[in-house]
Design a protein around this ligand. Structure first.
Ligand code: ADP
Length: 182
């Protein structure tokens, strides 16, 4: 079983749900930069106050903030981990590579979950989080295509990408993911 994983895919595709399920089953550390940032927002730290405004516009929070959050957490993990929502651009991916080399923990696999735009928008509107208003959602999709989707090529060049469909219910997607990881 692969132990060091990265989930890639557009907002609304179900990465967070699937990541949580898989981490519970396989006892992996679930590192979601979105969740960690929302925790900072909820406890109104200075970082959280700065991040909230950026997140509610659908923009990406600065690389240095996100990197410091990830670095702190990854350093504490001995076993496997799953990165969800990070890296989100090439600069973050390069910084991650430096960090992983330092701790001698290479990525085993990148799971790309895909779904058509209109289904993503529908799901996100139904979820109704603070940044799930239709105009903000469409902007997040554009940011994904411009900044995050190039990572697919990047990891393909390393032969790491496995693609799965994000269609169907939670159980169906979950079993597709587990089959890929055997
Ligand atoms: P979704 O999966 O719906 O895109 P996330 O919970 O992963 O939502 O992220 C929500 C918001 O948090 C993003 O729109 C962005 O503003 C911020 N964020 C999360 N991860 C990162 C990251 N790696 N780099 C920059 N901003 C991030």
């Amino acid at each position: 079983m692969k132990q060091r994983l990265l989930f890639l895919g557009p907002p609304g595709v179900g990465k967070g749900t699937q990541a949580a399920l898989l981490c519970q089953k396989q006892n992996l550390l679930h590192l979601s930069t979105g969740d960690l940032l929302r925790a900072e927002v909820a406890s109104q730290t200075s970082l959280g106050i700065e991040a909230a405004e950026i997140m509610n516009r659908g923009e990406l929070v600065s690389d240095s903030i996100v990197l410091s959050i990830v670095e702190k957490r990854l350093a504490t993990s001995n076993d496997g981990w799953l990165l969800d929502g990070f890296p989100r651009n090439l600069l973050q991916a390069e910084a991650l590579e430096v960090l992983l080399e330092k701790i001698n923990q290479p990525i085993d696999a990148v799971l790309l979950i895909e779904l058509a735009d209109e289904l993503l928008v529908e799901r996100l509107i139904a979820r109704g989080r603070a940044d799930d208003k239709e105009t903000v959602i469409r902007h997040r999709l554009e940011v994904y295509k411009e900044k995050t989707a190039p990572l697919i090529d990047h990891y393909n060049q390393h032969g790491l990408v496995m693609t799965i469909s994000g269609e169907g219910d939670i159980e169906a997607i979950s079993s597709r993911i587990q089959q890929k990881l055997i």
